[in-house]
Write a protein that binds this ligand. Structure first.
Ligand SMILES: CC(C)(COP(=O)(O)OP(=O)(O)OC[C@H]1O[C@@H](n2cnc3c(N)ncnc32)[C@H](O)[C@@H]1OP(=O)(O)O)[C@@H](O)C(=O)NCCC(=O)NCCS
Length: 157
């Protein structure tokens, strides 16, 4: 758990966060980092947006990127600084995204998660996501392509 007084805040991503976002992505996905330019292109896609978690000193701790289309949305990426995991930061980011997407009228949030990523799967299951499919060799990993589980969470029920 976070120490009292060091509870991370979560806010919407801003254009000025690209450098911090790229650094966090690199630390979260060292085998497939998205650089600043790639992230700028992703965030420029219609319906794309995200959230950033920061400590009390304003240091970035984690991020969530989503894309919304009509009444559905997908998680594009989620990552937490490896030194600050298991403190509830990923959950807080997901909660912020779920709340905001529900308020905007999104009915379902989809995501893909690697079959060999039990940490993320546990987080998603704890937030009400259920498995609805599997995509072979869909995600890149340190040892090559990995199958992904497709998961979905209904919003606003
Ligand atoms: C997945 C990830 C975002 C989780 O972030 P986090 O801040 O550590 O997650 P939280 O502390 O909010 O954990 C919330 C819940 O998720 C589950 N969970 C998270 N990490 C876990 C682990 N190592 N083992 C088991 N369950 C875990 C637990 O249910 C946990 O609740 P609990 O601590 O009350 O038991 C983080 O591990 C990460 O950045 N991983 C690398 C990038 C990645 O895989 N992203 C997801 C791609 S789909």
């Amino acid at each position: 758990m976070s120490a009292p007084g060091n509870v991370p805040a979560v806010r919407r991503l801003a254009a000025t966060d690209l450098e911090a976002l790229a650094a966090l992505h690199r630390r979260s996905f060292p085998h497939d980092p998205w650089n600043r330019r790639a992230l700028a292109e992703i965030l420029a896609m219609p319906g794309a947006g995200g959230w950033l978690a920061l400590d009390v000193a304003g240091r970035p701790l984690g991020f969530l990127l989503v894309r919304r289309a009509a009444d559905e949305a997908e998680v594009l990426s989620l990552g937490v600084d490896p030194e600050r995991r298991r403190e509830g930061i990923g959950g807080r980011l997901l909660d912020a995204g779920l709340e905001s997407l529900a308020a905007e009228g999104t009915a379902r949030l989809f995501l893909e998660v690697a079959v060999d990523n039990p940490e993320a799967q546990a987080l998603y299951r704890a937030r009400g996501f259920v498995e609805v499919g599997r995509r072979p060799a869909y995600l890149s990993g340190p040892d090559g392509p990995r199958d992904a589980l497709v998961m979905v969470r209904r919003l606003g029920d």
